[in-house]
Design a protein around this ligand. Structure first.
Ligand code: ADP
Length: 450
């Protein structure tokens, strides 16, 4: 601080404040003193608005404006403070909390208490002359925290033993527990969300993996069934076919002789016919074997059964970028069937449909599986938007070994038909006018049990 500005009409009171000015001059000769103590309040207000930096106002009590109006000292000081551009050092704690930054404050409350105690002693009969004078502990360095902040005063620079009042707890001090509890709750919540998300993701991945496995299994099962059948058929057919070949070659040789024996040729043709019938019998046998295969027939609901196959193949569809949809009958459809076989049959149709549309533009890569009730029969239809089936082949496709695919075995539809017919149903194909093939399966409804 480089200057002190004296304000107050009581500076004239030599008993309390009068000697301060001289003491400043004696102990702090460099301190610049601006003495406004004699001025009227109006002038003081004007002057305190443009005080030099580094100065502070030191006040004593003011009781009037010096022009005829009387004030309470606190109100007079407030009027000075309104204009002051420097902090105000006060002298009594009655001004603290209003405008003053603080200072060595007189504590009127303590003074009053001490005076009261003395009065009580006198009233109690003690002679006033026997009571020694006491200095009393009634001046203390006390400051207003808000004013310190306002004037940017560092607390470290306050006199030792200073008391700072009106300290506002910082946001952190004020809300410490609430903040801690909120942060804790947030952390717990975030952790829980993270755990749940992770779990969901793991479950999702597991589901995808399971479906992929099931889909692979279904595919393998399909290939295995087809492979098994064709191996059996090939094995069984090889004998009659070899016999037919030998007989045909023999007939050729006989015919090349100058005078072919037609009797021998007739016998050979008879053998060929016999072997051919044997071969045919074998095919019939294999099919009937499939028909008689141990089945577990139960009453099942068709919407759910078809839905399962479609869900089952969803990964396959995703792989080939084909849209699978179902259009299920609003009412339950009950049939009696071997669920595994029936699903195998539907699966074959959907797999064929997927193969029929994979190379086509996106708007044609869609397959719809429908279930309905018609003429007291359960109906399933699998429709695609592929190129359809050549009309003359519409029944032939169900025959064993009929295929138009380079890698095809021509077995799927024949197995499907065998399964459906074994269940007392029918399967047929047709082309849709808008393009694509649709395969229909009709099955008898389960006999309603009373
Ligand atoms: P593969 O699929 O091994 O050829 P399938 O018995 O399942 O054996 O099918 C026989 C033939 O029927 C196929 O090669 C194909 O020509 C025809 N086919 C089956 N499904 C469809 C379909 N959805 N669209 C067009 N043709 C089909």
């Amino acid at each position: 601080m480089t200057g002190v500005v004296l304000v107050g009409d009581a500076w004239k009171n030599p008993l309390i404040y009068g000697h301060w000015k001289q003491e400043f001059a004696a102990t702090m000769p460099d301190l610049k003193i601006i003495d406004l103590s004699g001025m009227v309040l109006r002038e003081v207000r004007e002057r305190v608005g443009s005080l030099p930096p580094g100065s502070a106002i030191l006040t004593s009590a003011m009781y009037s404006d010096g022009e005829g109006t009387h004030y309470l000292p606190a109100a007079a000081l407030a009027r000075v403070a309104e204009r002051a551009n420097r902090p105000i050092i006060i002298t009594s704690d009655t001004f603290l909390g209003r405008t003053g930054v603080g200072g060595f404050l007189l504590l009127p409350e303590t003074i009053g208490q001490e005076a009261g105690q003395l009065a009580m002693r006198i009233l109690g009969g003690e002679s006033p002359s026997s009571i020694p004078p006491v200095a009393g502990d009634n001046v203390k360095p006390i400051f207003d925290w808000r004013q310190l902040k306002l004037w940017d005063v560092d607390e470290a620079h306050l006199p030792p033993g200073s008391e700072v009042r009106f300290r506002e707890p910082s946001f952190w001090e004020q809300y410490y527990w609430r903040v801690m509890i909120s942060v804790g709750a947030l952390l717990v919540q975030t952790t829980m969300i993270a755990i749940l998300l992770r779990e969901r993701r793991l479950r999702f991945l597991a589901e995808i993996e399971a479906r992929q496995r099931m889909s692979e299994l279904a595919h393998m099962n399909r290939l295995a069934t087809a492979g098994e059948m064709s191996a059996t058929i090939a094995h069984e057919l090889s004998q009659p076919l070899a016999a037919i070949l030998i007989n045909a070659e023999t007939a050729e040789q006989v015919l090349q002789t100058p005078a072919p024996d037609l009797g021998v040729i007739k016998d050979i043709l008879g053998d060929i016919r016999r072997d051919d019938m044997r071969a045919n019998e074998i095919v019939v046998q294999v099919r009937s074997f499939l028909k008689k295969a141990r089945t577990e027939r139960r009453e099942l609901e068709l919407n759910a059964t078809v839905g399962e196959v479609f869900r089952f193949l969803s990964v396959q569809a995703l792989t080939y970028d084909v849209a699978l949809a179902t259009d299920r009958s609003p009412s339950d459809i009950r049939v009696t069937a071997d669920k595994g076989q029936l699903q195998q049959a539907i699966l074959n149709l959907v797999m064929n449909a997927i193969e029929a549309v994979t190379d086509l533009p996106e708007d044609r890569r869609r397959i719809v599986g429908r279930t309905s009730l018609a003429n007291n029969q359960a109906m399933i239809s699998i429709a695609d938007a592929g190129d359809g089936i050549r009309t003359e082949k519409i029944t032939e496709i169900f025959k064993p070994f009929f295929t138009t695919k380079t890698q095809g075995m021509g077995i799927g539809l024949s197995i499907t038909r065998t399964i459906i017919e074994a269940h007392g149903g029918r399967i047929w194909a047709e082309n849709v006018p808008t393009g694509g093939a649709v395969f229909h399966i009709s099955l008898p409804l389960a006999v309603a049990r009373s």
